[in-house]
Ligand binder design. Structure first.
Ligand code: BES
Ligand code: MN
Ligand code: ZN
Length: 495
């Protein structure tokens, strides 16, 4: 999709469709007023007739515009005539893009960034158009005989006044970079487990490194991990025929001596549960257990594309979790890279086994902060559903910065407590800690487990079990939390 900025006045534009906003009580946006004047009051007539009410998300496609260079006009309801909340703004954008499904419309001019949105500038408003349109346009059709796409759209022009051209252009650059990152994350996540293996993920990282010379890729093989003493991580891949990979991506966009932001993503390309086998219903969705890893790749793509002046390290521990004669068994005791021993009470709590050794490994980068992202617990779905990702961490400044970024990005987070009382639940009779904490507070005890390997740095953990993909009829990856992570990086770079 081509995205550009349009500064020319509306009456000189040619396009298949112009998108303009209308408010409740028959009030017109500035763009709608201009068009209304040029069309002998066409828009007011339709409003007077009650063909569109102006309610948030209402749409009306006017397919013929007499005596005009515009082929069509799409009216979109913006609600009350006052500054919109960012949620309402995004809702109107999704309503608008969905109208183009199954139409032949190829070129569109969108004036919706002219709407006033509370605490938002032209840059953000422009970027959101790209992010939301891109989200609607994505379709995972790699394995369909009928690869027909839902949209004929080729070019989207976003209007901006001359005075705000530079903000709008930055919005385009950022929007395109973030959209590309999200698309990579979604694609890798939607790929099935028989294609997207740890080796495949490693190859994708290497391909990313080819495309962006600012990204240095290094793949740690099982022998390398054995040398480092990653006994927890390697115990998981022992049960699989696919060799584990620890993928590392090093982006050096900042000062040579600036401490890096370390992003860690769980990369379980399929989680059958191991010997503590999962039930069959819905097990296919465990191909999504690598969404954290895919988020690291998508976020680093966006960072490299935007040439952010930061140093960022991405780490993706990747494996399958399968039942096998050599797999972890309940009761097994592992020696992690940190030296701490772990009693495996449930082989399905494998994510933390990969992450704990990766956290220990992260120490060598002398991180400014470490943020891990993982589809870690079904309990997170019970606690928070599919709206926010769970947030836990050992540093308030980092957690607050992530929450602020999540609000700007509309990629929500909810913080849960990481109080020491919960650590009790991880006590083991036979090892330094158990890998599960019983049936209560599963998301918190999983984070407690991780916290014991993150004592030497500022750390936050995002449990994305409820947000990384949609279940049911619309099953598919969401690309979350790429919007949040890229916003956090933007804030760190320029905030
Ligand atoms: N990948 C799963 C978590 C998960 C389950 C995410 C369902 C999304 C939907 C993780 O490896 C896991 O199996 N966790 C266990 C932990 C338990 C054994 C303590 C879980 O949540 O059941
Ligand atoms: Mn599991
Ligand atoms: Zn898992």
């Amino acid at each position: 999709m081509e995205y550009t900025i349009e500064t020319a006045s509306l009456d000189t534009l040619h396009s298949d469709c112009l998108i303009v906003g209308v408010y409740l009580n028959k009030e017109l946006s500035t763009a709608a007023q201009t068009i209304d004047q040029n069309t002998q009051g066409l828009i007011s007539q339709l409003l007077n007739r009650g063909d569109i009410s102006g309610k948030v998300g209402d749409t009306l496609l006017i397919n013929v515009v007499p005596d005009s260079q515009l082929e069509r006009i799409l009216l979109v309801g913006l609600g009350e005539n006052k500054p919109l909340t960012s949620k309402i703004y995004r809702k109107t954008l999704s309503a608008a893009i969905n109208v183009f499904k199954k139409t032949t419309i190829k070129t569109v001019v969108c004036t919706l960034a002219d709407a006033e949105v509370i605490a938002s500038d032209r840059q953000w408003k422009t970027r959101q158009i790209i992010e939301i349109f891109n989200d609607a346009l994505y379709k995972f059709n790699a394995y369909l005989a009928n690869k027909e796409v839902d949209f004929a759209l080729e070019k989207i022009s976003i209007t901006a006044p001359e005075a705000e051209l530079s903000l709008a252009n930055t919005g385009i650059t950022q929007g395109k970079a973030i959209a590309e990152g999200i698309n990579l994350t979604k694609l890798l996540s939607d790929l099935p487990g028989n294609v997207c293996t740890p080796t495949y993920l490693a190859e994708q990282a290497l391909a990313l490194g080819e495309k962006y010379p600012s990204l240095a890729i290094h793949i740690l093989e099982e022998v390398d991990m054995a040398e480092l003493g990653m006994g927890a991580l390697l115990s998981v891949s022992r049960g699989s025929r696919q060799p584990a990979k620890l993928i590392s991506l090093n982006y050096q966009g900042g000062d040579a001596n600036a401490k890096p932001i370390v992003l860690i993503g769980k990369g379980l390309t399929f989680d059958a549960g191991g010997i503590s086998l999962k039930p069959g219903l819905g097990m296919d969705e465990m191909k999504y257990d690598m969404c954290g890893g895919a988020t690291v790749l998508g976020s680093l793509l966006a960072a490299a594309e935007m040439k952010l002046p930061l140093n960022i390290v991405g780490l993706i521990p990747s494996s399958e979790n399968m039942p096998d004669g050599d797999a972890n068994k309940p009761g097994d005791i592992l020696i992690s890279m940190s030296g701490k021993t772990i009693e495996v009470l449930n082989t399905d709590a494998e994510g933390r086994l990969l992450l704990c050794d990766t956290l220990t490994y992260a120490e060598r980068f002398n991180p400014d902060v470490v943020i891990d992202m993982a589809t870690l617990t079904g309990a997170c779905l019970v606690a928070l559903g599919r709206v926010p990702s769970g947030l836990l961490g050992n540093n308030d400044d980092l957690c607050n910065a992530l929450i602020a970024a999540s609000e700007t990005a509309n990629d929500s987070l909810w913080r849960l407590p990481l109080w020491e009382e919960y650590q009790e639940q991880l006590k083991s009779n036979f090892a330094d800690l158990a890998n599960i904490g019983g049936k209560d507070a599963g998301t918190i005890t999983a984070a407690c487990f991780l916290s014991q390997f993150a004592e030497s740095f500022n750390w936050a953990h995002l449990d994305i079990a409820g947000t990384a993909w949609r279940t049911g009829q619309n099953k598919g990856a969401t690309g979350r939390p790429v919007p949040l992570i890229t916003q956090y990086l933007l804030n760190r770079a320029y905030g």
